[in-house]
Write a protein that binds this ligand. Structure first.
Ligand code: GTP
Length: 572
């Protein structure tokens, strides 16, 4: 069985409710107030069964005062029955509803011309032409015009056939996507507890599933599922559902809240969108499904905007919706580009705007940088489970990294190691390059020129120090000494003793000089005279500043010299 949801749309009193009643025998005006006024205030629900297809029909109110309810009705449907009174033709709310349809991305409909018992055939033709013009102006495809009279019950069979062929042309809602149900009401049923009613717009839900009510994050288990009064084990996208979830108190549920499966989708109060018809710097009401949330619009570039919302919402890439101005008039529409932007710097977005439009995963990988992108977050952004094997990036555990970023970090690692003389403590490297353990081991696996010894990373390339004759001699001595030694030697203990005994001098962290060389250098400096400048010392000793400055500062600390402005003076 396929499930498709349609909405009626059209101007007030154009005969929507009467049409649904004539088609399905269901009266969608159920509020006593609606009966009294003869006008639809809230959305109503009915269905029509065909061979292998159940068509759910949502009746939306036509009066301009109830635009939010019209939005609620149009927010979760796959197609529209546009109802126009043949004796009146398209009216303001006809046009408004067409705009709302477009905002939700519905670019097709079936037109029903009602009340034909009240007008001439010629008038029906004129209205038909006028409607055609209106729809083509908005780029909406019409799947047929059906003149009917709900009072005389004429044209209804043809219309039913038209609906059947229309729904066969409509793309089915996505049952493979993550489950999302937009809630329009919640109430308490004796013996069962809370029942939440709404439209399932994506995925499936089964008895026993644990769901989360968003944006409040209330958890509960589905006990029973109903579709139009019938108990079912599973609910699917395109269906109207009533879910019995006793843990969710009815009074905490608001129209427009979402039911989602635990840990599948994220919620956010900043979204990156493409939008039409809006002015930056202004506040608007953005509709995510039925829920209208106030948001401030910031322009990024072209039609791309950042929206900072006053409340959290659940949305995925590609979600569309209308935008009202703060006085409640339809102002434009938006499409979600990135539902969970991690970096909201305008320059970052501008630099990668094409990637943002064409390939959200690659964009988000750049956004995530060396932190990597969680596979779970990719799925949440797209609203469906993503197979990591199909993502063009490097997978390390539960994250995906951009190949380009890993290459950059590999280069930074080489550079840093070289700066440190070919040897660096792993912990220092990790904190300097902000690397997680698993990313570091991935990077090192690719490197044949590096090795880990204890908690150091060493470059296999010989360092300058290793090539010095004095170093080689020292190593030989150390080796032979240790060979003769009967006990274990902790090298860390040797250094302070050597310093204390005056064999070596410590100029700074990781910088040592043997006593003989130190004395030689001091002697050379004395030959310059009683005072000398840094430049003179540099020329005389032939050392780079990297070694010279620590040496001179050490001499000051030792009381050999004193700094006087630009020069140093020997004390004795
Ligand atoms: N003669 C005639 N009257 C009709 C027909 N369909 C509806 N009406 C009348 O038109 C009036 C409005 O009909 P509704 O079905 O309530 O209109 P609606 O579009 O649902 O109105 P809202 O939901 O309030 O926008 C009612 O008085 C109906 O009896 C029809 O085919 N022929």
């Amino acid at each position: 069985m396929r499930y498709i949801t349609l909405a009626t749309a059209g101007h007030v009193d154009h005969g929507k409710t009467s049409l649904i009643k004539a088609l399905t025998s269901i009266d969608t005006d159920r509020l006593p107030e609606e009966k009294e006024r003869g006008m639809s205030i809230d959305i109503g629900f009915a269905f029509l069964d065909f061979d292998g297809v159940r068509v759910e029909i949502i009746d939306i109110p036509g009066h301009e005062r109830f635009i939010r309810n019209a939005i609620a009705g149009l927010s979760s449907v796959q197609g529209v029955l546009l109802v126009i009174d043949a004796s009146e033709g398209p009216m303001p709310q006809t046009e408004e509803h067409i705009k709302l349809m477009k905002s939700f991305g519905i670019d097709h409909c079936l037109v029903v011309l009602t009340k034909i018992d009240r007008c001439e055939h010629l008038l029906v033709e004129i209205v038909r032409e006028e409607t055609e013009r209106l729809l083509s102006k908005e780029g909406i495809k019409c799947f047929g015009f059906y003149p009917v009279s709900s009072v005389q019950k004429s044209g209804l069979e043809e219309l039913k056939e038209g609906i059947y062929s229309y729904v066969r042309n409509i793309k089915e809602p996505d049952c493979q996507a993550f489950f999302r149900m937009n809630i329009d009401s919640a109430f308490h049923v004796k013996g069962y507890g809370t029942v939440l009613r709404g439209s399932c717009v994506a995925g499936t839900v089964r008895e026993g599933d644990t769901l989360s009510l968003e944006p409040v994050g209330l958890l509960g288990r589905v006990r029973k599922i109903q579709n139009h009064g019938r108990f079912v084990k599973e609910g699917r996208a395109g269906e109207r559902l009533a879910l019995n979830i006793p843990e969710m108190e009815a009074k905490l549920v608001e129209r427009g809240f979402w039911l989602v499966k635990k840990d599948e989708l994220g919620k956010t109060n900043v979204v990156l969108v493409s939008a039409e018809g809006l002015k930056p710097g202004k506040e608007y009401i953005f509709f995510f499904g039925m829920r209208g949330v106030l948001g401030l619009l910031r322009h990024v570039q072209e039609d791309v905007y950042l929206v900072r919302l006053s409340q959290k919402v659940v949305c995925v890439r590609g979600d569309r919706g209308p935008v009202l101005d703060t006085s409640g008039r339809h102002a434009g529409s938006f499409t979600v580009l990135d539902p969970i932007p991690k970096r909201i710097s305008k320059s970052f977005i501008r630099n990668h705007i094409n990637l943002l439009r064409d390939d959200l995963i690659s964009y988000q990988m750049l956004e995530a940088g060396i932190k990597g992108l969680k596979i779970k977050d990719i799925s949440a952004s797209l609203g469906r489970a993503v197979n990591p094997q199909h993502v063009a990036g490097v997978r390390i555990n539960d994250r995906i990294y951009s190949q380009g970023i890993l290459k950059e970090v590999q280069e930074k690692l080489t550079e840093f190691l070289e700066k440190q003389g070919g040897m660096v403590k792993l912990a220092q490297l990790k904190s300097k390059l902000r690397l997680e353990e698993d990313v570091l081991s991935y990077l090192l696996k690719e490197r044949k020129d590096l090795k880990i010894v204890e908690d150091y990373l060493l470059s296999e390339k010989k360092s300058k120090v290793e090539e010095l004759e004095s170093f080689k001699r020292l190593m030989e001595t150390v080796k032979s000494q240790i060979k003769e030694e009967k006990e274990l030697v902790d090298f860390k203990d040797l250094l302070p003793i050597a310093i204390k005994k005056g064999y070596i001098h410590s100029l700074g962290e990781f910088l040592y000089i043997g006593d003989t060389l130190f004395k030689e250098l001091v002697e050379k400096l004395r030959q310059i005279g009683e005072t000398f400048s840094v430049q003179q010392a540099k020329e005389r000793l032939g050392l780079t500043r990297k070694y010279l400055i620590p040496l001179l500062e050490y001499m000051d600390r030792k009381g050999l010299t004193v700094r006087e402005g630009d020069v140093r003076r020997f004390i004795r």
